[in-house]
Structure formats: structure tokens, C-alpha cells
Design a protein around this ligand. Structure first.
Ligand SMILES: Cc1ncc(COP(=O)(O)O)c(C=O)c1O
Length: 372
């Protein structure tokens, strides 16, 4: 489970300045451990923490902010950039030349992985799981699929939708074939039971946010984040608690119901604690999730999400996708509408921008456009 604490031998052009955290308390302990893990840095500064004044005026109550991780650099950005910085650090420290990853047809993780591989001169094999019952050519060829192809990734289809272990096993088989050919493959697993390396990126994000709210004089009373694999959700929650920040983090389920997701998140926190060599500061009561915005299921648009995507775009020019950030915005709006003027809510915008084009037909309809 433990990663080797070694910095990757990277092209200096890709490295950026070390974290400028000067606070010794933050730099020591689990953060000191984090800083010594191999990492490929693609971003060279914090993403904005932006006030959503137009949305505040429309809702009339709490202060509202967005942590704009959709603006992360490299091929449409998003939350997976922070996660892949640690995966690719680990891959390079093992001498890998090819990265294997699995995800939905419109996976942002796979697209961002292809971008890292292109930038680092590595090969990328993407396994696209047929999770969403959509035969629409836009869904199957545009959005993230198109971007991954442009980035030079090799794409194959995995016909079973809900089989995380099976998808991982298929990648392992491919990795073995590549090893037999003399290649050095690195597998990014999907199912729990593997080191949650991606979550480390959001522990780092918690430190970034802690510094930002202090500098900007913002005092959040809640964070909202999509909860899929759980890496973003658990990383942020874990990182905030390590820093002694007790603010609630509400996860919006985008993949599975709340009962299953809760078990996954508890397990993830234990695995993160193991990597960092500390006991988990996250209690079971800390895990706040809702699946109220999930129906009819993963990758399927619903009415609150449609409304959230249109509202986010028209008030704040935020681009939200139907699978992840749009559902999270539906949960954020729901909380904001019942919150008081003393509250201050932060929406963690995890990106997903290319997904907008893959769902172009549904979103055109959502805007009231009718080609008939
Ligand atoms: C845009 C976007 N937001 C949120 C998520 C969910 O993040 P996590 O898998 O870390 O729970 C994903 C996952 O693929 C994503 O692509």
C-alpha cells in the first residue's frame, strides 16, 4: 500500500516551484510525508476561489464561492489533474513507459490521463466501460473521447458497465501482455483495495484552500463536492480534518447510492491514513453524503441537474457537465436555498467540461432549443 517517498526524475520544464507553505505546523507531520511522495506537477499555483455574486443575488441568503478546479491547466483541467500528479509521480518512480486506465466512455479521468501521458512522452491505453446506455454518436465519439484520441491514447471498449474488479482484471491482463513485449506498464486501478493515490491530490487541495480562505478572509460553513470514486471527497475531508478544520464537506453521489458510497468513503479514509502513516482524523459522522440528485443513475441527466447547469452558466458563466459537476451544483443550489445569511458555502468545481459536448443533444434541449 505505501508509496515510496522519492521524488521523480522529471523534465525540469514540467516541475514548478515547491509548495510555498511556510507554516511549520502544516509542513510537518502528514503534510511533510505528502511533500516527499513522488509527484509530477502540472499546475504552478492555486486555482481561484471565486465569489459567486450573481448567484448570491439570485438566491438571497448565504455567501457563495466556487473553488475553480475546472481551471486547472492541461487539456480542459478538472479535479483529475491533482489526482494524476501523484499517480504519474508513482508511475515515473517505477520507470513506467505506458499508463493503463479504465473508466466510463466519457471519463474525464481517462482524458486527463491521456494528457499527462502526452506531456510526459508516455503511451496511454484507455479502456472505455460501457456504463451508460447511450448510443448517441455524440456520446460515443465527441467530448472526452475525441480529446483522448487527439492526445494520442489507444482506446478500447470494455462491454460490462458495473464491474470494477473485472475492469481492473482486464487492465492487468493487458499489462502482462505489455510486459511480455518488454514494456513497462503502470495500471491505475478503479476498484477499492488499491492505494487511493488520487486522494492525495485533494489533501494537498485542502492545504491550498486553508491558505486561500485565510488570505481572502472567507469563513466557509460548508463545502460541496461530487462523490464518485471518492478520491476528491475523502482527500478534501481528510486534509481539512488534519489541519484541524471541522467544516462539513457534503458529497453529492454521482455513481452509486449513499449507503454503498458511505462504506467506500470509510474504507478510503482508512487507506489514506495508511499511506500517510497516521490514524484517520475523519469520524463516521464526518461523512456527509446525499444521493438525492443521482436518479436515474450514473451519467444520466435529471431535472435538478438540468436546472443547475443552466443556472450556473447564466449567472456565473460556469460550465457544468451532466455527470459530475452539474449534479454537484444541483446539491449546492439545494443547500444554498435553505441556508441562512450567516452561511458561506463553497462549491468545489471539479470540471468535466468536454462532457458538455458529448451530451450536446440533451443540453441543447435544456436550453429550450428544438430543431424540429
Ligand atoms: C469532472 C469530475 N468531477 C468529479 C468526479 C468525481 O471525483 P472522484 O472520482 O474523485 O470522486 C469525477 C470523476 O471522474 C469527474 O470526472
Amino acid at each position: 500500500m505505501a508509496l515510496r517517498p522519492k521524488i521523480s526524475p522529471l523534465d525540469p520544464g514540467i516541475m514548478v516551484a515547491e509548495s510555498q507553505i511556510s507554516d511549520a505546523a502544516q509542513a510537518g507531520g502528514p503534510f511533510g510525508r505528502l511533500d516527499n511522495l513522488p509527484r509530477v506537477r502540472m499546475a504552478d499555483g492555486p486555482t481561484p476561489l471565486e465569489r459567486l455574486s450573481n448567484l448570491e443575488a439570485q438566491i438571497g441568503g448565504p455567501a457563495l464561492y466556487a473553488k475553480r478546479d475546472d481551471t486547472q491547466p492541461i487539456a480542459f483541467g478538472g479535479n483529475k489533474v491533482r489526482q494524476l500528479e501523484f499517480y504519474f509521480g508513482d508511475a515515473l518512480s517505477q520507470g513506467a513507459d505506458t499508463v493503463l486506465i479504465t473508466g466510463a466512455v466519457q471519463s474525464n479521468f481517462c482524458r486527463t490521463c491521456a494528457a499527462f501521458a502526452a506531456k510526459l512522452g508516455m503511451d496511454c491505453r484507455i479502456q472505455m466501460e460501457d456504463r451508460v446506455p447511450k448510443n448517441d454518436p455524440l456520446y460515443r465519439q465527441s467530448g472526452n473521447v475525441l480529446v483522448s484520441r487527439l492526445l494520442g491514447a489507444d482506446l478500447t471498449i470494455f462491454p460490462r458497465g458495473e464491474d470494477e474488479e473485472g475492469a481492473d482484471a482486464e487492465l492487468e491482463d493487458l499489462a502482462q501482455r505489455l510486459r511480455d513485449e518488454g514494456r513497462k506498464p503502470y495500471v491505475i486501478h478503479l476498484a477499492p483495495g488499491h492505494a487511493p493515490i488520487g486522494a492525495l491530490g485533494y489533501i494537498e487541495a485542502a492545504r491550498e484552500i486553508a491558505r486561500q480562505i485565510e488570505a481572502q478572509g472567507v469563513d466557509p460553513t460548508g463545502y460541496v463536492v461530487p462523490s464518485g470514486s471518492g478520491a476528491t471527497h475523502t482527500g478534501l475531508l481528510f486534509g481539512l480534518r488534519v489541519l484541524g478544520i471541522e467544516t462539513p464537506v457534503l458529497g453529492i453521489c454521482v455513481r452509486r447510492g449513499a449507503d454503498l458510497q458511505r462504506l467506500r468513503l470509510i474504507r478510503r479514509c482508512a487507506e489514506i491514513a495508511e499511506i500517510l502513516g497516521i490514524s484517520s482524523p475523519v469520524t463516521e459522522d464526518d461523512i456527509q453524503i446525499t444521493d438525492a440528485f443521482l436518479a436515474p443513475g450514473y451519467g444520466m441527466l435529471n431535472e435538478p441537474t438540468r436546472e443547475a447547469i443552466v443556472t450556473g452558466a447564466k449567472t456565473e458563466a460556469l460550465m457544468l457537465d451532466p455527470v459530475y459537476s452539474g449534479k454537484a451544483m444541483a446539491g449546492f443550489l439545494d443547500w444554498a436555498r435553505s441556508a441562512s445569511a450567516d452561511d458561506c458555502l463553497v462549491f468545489v468545481h471539479t470540471g468535466g467540461t468536454p462532457g458538455i459536448f458529448a451530451y450536446g443533444n440533451a443540453l441543447n434541449e435544456a436550453c429550450g432549443w428544438d430543431d424540429g
